[in-house]
Design a protein around this ligand. Sequence first.
Ligand SMILES: Cc1cc2nc3c(=O)[nH]c(=O)nc-3n(C[C@H](O)[C@H](O)[C@H](O)COP(=O)(O)OP(=O)(O)OC[C@H]3O[C@@H](n4cnc5c(N)ncnc54)[C@H](O)[C@@H]3O)c2cc1C
Length: 491
Amino acid sequence: MILKSEPSAIAGFLEDTSNLKNGWTPGVFFPETPEEVASLLASAVAEGRRYTVAGNGTGTTGARIPFGDYVIAMQKLDRISEVEVLSDEKALIRVQPGALLQEVQAKAAAAGWFYPPDPTEKTCFIGSTIANNSTGSRSLKYGPTRNHVQALKIALPQGDLLEIERGQYFADAEGRFTLDLPIAGRLSFQRPGYAMPLTSKHNAGYWSTPGMDLIDLFIGSEGTLGVIVEATLLLRPAPEQVIACLAWFQSEDELLDFVRQARAGSGGVSPRALELFDRRALEFLRQSYPEIATETAGAIYFEEETTAESEDTCLEAWLALMERCGSPVEKSWAALDSEGLQKLRDFRHKLPVLVNEWLSRQSESKVSTDMALPDERFAELFRLYRDACDREGFTYIIFGHIGNAHLHLNILPRNREEFDRAKTLYRQLVSEVLAMGGTLSAEHGIGKLKSEYLVQMYGRDGIMEMVRVKKAFDPYLVLNIGNMIPKDYFE
Ligand SMILES: Cc1cc2nc3c(=O)[nH]c(=O)nc-3n(C[C@H](O)[C@H](O)[C@H](O)COP(=O)(O)OP(=O)(O)OC[C@H]3O[C@@H](n4cnc5c(N)ncnc54)[C@H](O)[C@@H]3O)c2cc1C
């Protein structure tokens, strides 16, 4: 197994998209088999090493950045199996964690199948999307990555290789799991007793529900309980056709009414994606798309799956809904084929790219949220963010997954004073969203940047319940320490 320690080879592993600085590592291991990952972990205590697992560095929370730990890089574990068809409705694909999400999707598509999870950033590794329970615009219809994972092989911190099939291990009536492992011996632990928020997207802390499946504890655990070394994913038949459209609005109230009616299926619509661009997000995009009208108050991007027979009826239902909500049909940007669809997706992806370009010209980092509320409260979340930022006079944008009441607020400070005020506002918004029954993170996870807020979400007792789960698997604290659970909770 290759170990690299020269500065030029390891520099890339000291960053992700979070702007977290000062990471350092004595070296990066590139295992080529699950057994090599397990053997690194098995010898961690004897070698006096801790490890941080690295995917492809698109994470936003500093989770893969080491602070003195060795890095286990997933790059070389990148195999993707052929599609295994189980029935007309169901197929499986086996992947190693370092395969790119877009390559898994392409391989499924080439065989006529479909892997729904679609984080906007396609260059992430598939293993990381499982470790982070990633979601995307299609999660409105298909739910998070969790719903599409059938089995996992995990290298545990003491060196065991655990294979879990969905449906194999459940928490007992008291919420306890018991596992017998060759190296670690008997592991017996209690799932955390906290109640999770009633949001449709949630990726903050360990998953915990009555009678839960053990596989769900690992999904979204941000690499703190083990390294995913293989996964079996569920595929669905590819939709025959997809229509997509950007609908423009001249008033925010009409836009929000459109979302409300679309979510309710008004007139027969059935969206698989409902995404917001607020007025300021469109101002950013106008740099690349000057054709965006200046009087626009916001836009909604939607997708629906159709067939040749249903396409006309589907389009009519959407056009009628747009008319009812004051969106000028003739000005909308519609896509009825794959080329058009790609253009609209490029439009969506362009927004974070432009924001990052803008930030690279500033001295300050952005302050951004990944919180969500229960679905029906999407308008409250939008107004909460908008009103607070307007009061503060910030430069900001609001965009994202409005169908799941999951909006990204990006505050773009122009100087240190604004940055400090933005951080203060962030703390206030966290308190308000949690008090409204929301989640701290819907998809990006906690990583190193948000662990203090996780304490706010679950309280000291909730964090200590997570610590007990973590220590059951990782008693010598060798893996992804500093992620999700604040470090001082281990002292
Ligand atoms: C422009 C942009 C758009 C984005 N859009 C979305 C979006 O729509 N939805 C969304 O959910 N996220 C989104 N993200 C966040 C990010 O893409 C996801 O969190 C993604 O899953 C990270 O993948 P990565 O391979 O880059 O992981 P990294 O950043 O390298 O690592 C992320 C975490 O995963 C852990 N990890 C990696 N591999 C493994 C493994 N095999 N076993 C255990 N733990 C592991 C790491 O330790 C770390 O904690 C976006 C990011 C950017 C920059």
